[in-house]
Ligand binder design. Structure first.
Ligand code: PMV
Length: 340
């Protein structure tokens, strides 16, 4: 099955009522940070991961999307009050995604074959290294669901969001989220679900070190790592298995220190698989390395602070809320997120 057929399969199973179309559909989806990372796909087109992963959603940081049927001759996409040009990568990704629904046919009829107006508000700090595609696709598919009263299950919404961007499958939920890779070759069981335990004390600080566009996108970096890194191919899945166990234990026992240690070790291991690729892929810059040493130094002094890092140079700091003021005094430009 290709993406189109997967969308068809999911939509065929729902009870769409053509007479109940709303004026517009609206949805908010949070951004998320993986504590046990997803790195590497078994299917690059369908975004099916090689391993399970576990994330934390970022509360009210994310994307708010409103969608309506539009009379113009192509989709109109507005992000934070700016009209997005129709030849940009952003516009084309959204348009291609909506095409999957436009092309859907049932009994020879194309029920969703309209142009759409999208008004998107993203409140993630610009260039923070937080994937806007994750919350973007998760909000878009839920807004679409609301527009047509499709009432798709969260499971189906997670699969559909995944077709837009892998990590978007996790942004369907709040709090801690588990994305199971599944076993189906078409990814019909590759979706996310929430872990219904909170950790109220958890603070996350975004440490923005570079606003430059990253040199290599995550899809290409994953492909190159899988193709050339012995560390990836011989060790990564064992690292993930171990870390998922530790992370589940940390969440259940409300152990922020175990959570932080595990997230940091997992992120370093992910970056190690990339450093072992040929040629090496390195997302850290000098400032990232300096900040990592700073975190380690603070930890030596007794402060319980940890970091994680995704496909970019910026770090996300993990610490107890009791240490917030102290940490804000050390890292003066962090943006703090209370996930619960
Ligand atoms: O879903 P993508 O293509 O944005 O890839 C996400 C990859 C990481 O952020 C590095 C890890 C993760 O699990 O989110």
């Amino acid at each position: 099955m290709n993406k189109q057929q997967i969308v068809e399969k999911i939509l065929d199973n729902n009870n769409f009522d053509r007479y109940r179309v709303n004026k517009h559909g609206q949805a908010f989806a949070p951004s998320n940070i993986a504590l046990v990372k997803y790195w590497g796909k078994s299917n690059t087109v369908l975004n099916i991961p090689n391993t399970d992963s576990l994330s934390i959603s970022l509360g009210n940081l994310g994307s708010d999307t409103q969608i309506s049927i539009y009379g113009g001759n192509e989709d109109l996409v507005i992000v934070n009050d700016l009209v997005i040009k129709n030849d940009t990568e952003f516009y084309l990704r959204v348009k291609n995604y909506l095409d999957l629904f436009r092309n859907y046919k049932t009994n020879g009829e194309q029920l969703f074959n309209y142009n759409y107006k999208l008004e998107i508000k993203i409140n993630i700090p610009i260039a923070s290294g937080l994937a806007s595609s994750a919350c973007g696709f998760a909000a878009l598919v839920q807004a679409f669901d609301n527009l047509f009263n499709l009432n798709l299950s969260k499971q189906d919404l997670s699969i559909l969001a995944r077709l837009g961007s892998g990590s978007a499958s996790r942004s369907i939920w709040d709090g801690f989220v588990y994305w199971q890779k599944g076993n189906d070759i078409y990814g019909m069981d590759s979706f996310s679900y929430p872990i219904n335990t909170q950790l109220a004390d958890l603070c996350i600080g975004l440490l923005i070190l570079s606003t430059q566009q990253k040199a290599i996108g995550s899809t290409k970096a994953m492909l190159d790592t899988c193709a050339t890194s012995v560390l990836y191919n011989k060790a990564w899945k064992f690292q993930v298995e171990q870390d998922l166990q530790l992370m589940n234990k940390a969440i259940l026992s409300q152990d922020l220190e175990l959570l932080g240690e595990t997230a940091e070790n997992n992120a370093l291991a992910m970056h190690a698989t990339m450093l072992a690729a040929k040629p090496a892929i390195m997302y850290s810059n000098k400032d990232s390395i300096e900040a990592i040493y700073k975190v380690w130094e603070l930890r030596k002094q007794g402060l319980k602070i940890y970091f994680t890092q995704d496909a970019g140079p910026n770090l996300k700091l993990i610490f107890h809320s009791r240490d917030l003021t102290k940490i804000q005094n050390i890292f003066t430009n962090i943006q703090v997120i209370q996930a619960f």
